[in-house]
Design a protein around this ligand. Structure first.
Ligand SMILES: Nc1nc2c(ncn2[C@@H]2O[C@H](COP(=O)(O)OP(=O)(O)OP(=O)(O)O)[C@@H](O)[C@H]2O)c(=O)[nH]1
Ligand SMILES: [Mg+2]
Length: 368
């Protein structure tokens, strides 16, 4: 029998903890191949949660309690993983909220995915069969859906619909590998950091739809502004996007510098100088993107892969020249040429950057 540690962090969840624990152990009876343990990681609740867990421990031999400092959700999970490793030594762990929003009834669906080869299963609220509470106020819906969309677009990983929900099943080998990375993320952003890490490790990731229920008792612990900022910062620093922008700026400097040299200093024919400078910038952009921005999806030398990637890159780059030319022509013929530089900046920011980032991710440096 393989061991499972269902880890649930709690801070003042007296209203729901008993239901959750009873719910999980009721299911355990229907999972004969799995030895289910539950680990509550409590950060000094003051509402009686700890006492309630201790009482439940008399009934359930496989119920564990770890008391920790209140250092955020991510830290609570990392402490829980370490403790589970020492005391339970699981093959699989679950993450699940204690406030009743994650229905343990879905646990067997996660396990089915694991049995079919998944390493990391995410409970998604944003694919068919999943949902968020319909009575959530609009700002809460926007925060949740917006955070997910931002992460999906930032990582250009549209096939994953859910990054932030903390209802997951993860094989323990992945947890052990992730410690070093995760210890930097003590708050809720830990969830995004863990999924990003798993993807970059080449883990098999699957989603199962879940209904995210309304919190019935207790209070939300999430600090929305802090969470939003940390999530944005994480995506910008861990996706290829910032590097892609830096490469674009370097390309611009090369193009501009060589044009200046060719036209102004060497007095070359203008079209020859322009072809030379543009193509040098394209070569530099391709190499820098391949060996830096999209390094994790690098096109390897040999087998003609680099050449065909480079040719595609030229086609995409030519596309951006055509878009700029047509866009500039349209805007200046409508609004006049006085503010041409503003139109150019707008076209680059609103059209060229998304166009290139999407095509680089989806055509040239596709996920493996
Ligand atoms: N041990 C521990 N648990 C925490 C901490 N912060 C949050 N939790 C628990 O983590 C789970 C998720 O927190 P919630 O506040 O419900 O976050 P949420 O579900 O995104 O927000 P709501 O929908 O408003 O409930 C709950 O079981 C909390 O009790 C913490 O610092 N330490
Ligand atoms: Mg909650």
């Amino acid at each position: 029998m393989k061991k499972v540690a269902v880890i649930t962090p709690t801070f003042n969840e007296i209203g729901s903890i008993k239901n959750l624990v009873d719910g999980i152990f009721a299911l355990a009876a229907h999972l004969p191949n799995w030895d289910i343990h539950v680990l509550i990681v409590d950060s000094h609740s003051t509402d009686g949660t700890i006492e309630a867990v201790k009482k439940l421990q008399k009934k359930y031999q496989n119920l564990h309690l770890l008391e920790t400092e209140k250092e955020g959700l991510g830290k609570a999970y990392i402490r829980g993983f370490r403790y589970a490793e020492e005391t339970i030594n699981p093959y699989l762990v679950f993450e699940i909220d204690a406030d009743g929003q994650h229905d343990p009834v879905r646990i067997p669906s996660f396990i089915r995915e694991i049995e079919q080869g998944a390493d990391f299963v995410v409970g998604t609220r944003y694919s068919k069969g999943g949902s968020i509470p319909s009575n959530w106020r609009i700002h809460r819906k926007i925060l949740s859906a917006g955070a997910n969309l931002f992460v999906r677009l930032g990582f250009m990983k549209l096939s994953l619909t859910e990054w932030t929900n903390g209802y997951r099943a993860i094989k323990f080998w992945l947890v052990k590998k992730a410690y070093d990375h995760l210890q930097n993320y003590s708050g809720y952003v830990f969830q995004v950091a863990f999924l990003d890490f798993a993807l970059k490790q080449g883990a098999v990731i699957r989603e199962v739809p879940v209904h995210f229920k309304e919190r019935l008792t207790g209070e939300s612990k999430i600090n929305a502004p802090e969470y939003t900022l940390q999530t944005m910062f994480y995506v910008l620093t861990h996706s290829s996007f910032i590097k892609f922008v830096v490469v674009g700026l370097i390309g611009f400097a090369i193009d501009f510098g060589l044009s200046y040299l060719g036209i102004q200093k060497m007095h070359l024919t203008v079209w020859i100088a322009t072809v030379l400078s543009t193509e040098t910038a394209i070569v530099s952009n391709f190499l820098l993107n391949n060996f830096w921005s999209f390094r994790h999806k690098k096109i390897e030398a040999g087998g003609g892969g680099i050449l065909s990637g480079f040719l595609k890159f030229n086609v995409v780059s030519s596309g951006s020249i055509v878009i700029q030319a047509v866009g500039m022509q349209i805007l200046t013929s409508i609004f006049g040429t006085q503010l041409w530089y503003l139109y150019k900046v707008l076209i680059i920011a609103l059209v060229i950057i998304p166009y290139s980032y999407i095509l680089y991710n989806k055509v040239i440096w596709k996920s493996k």
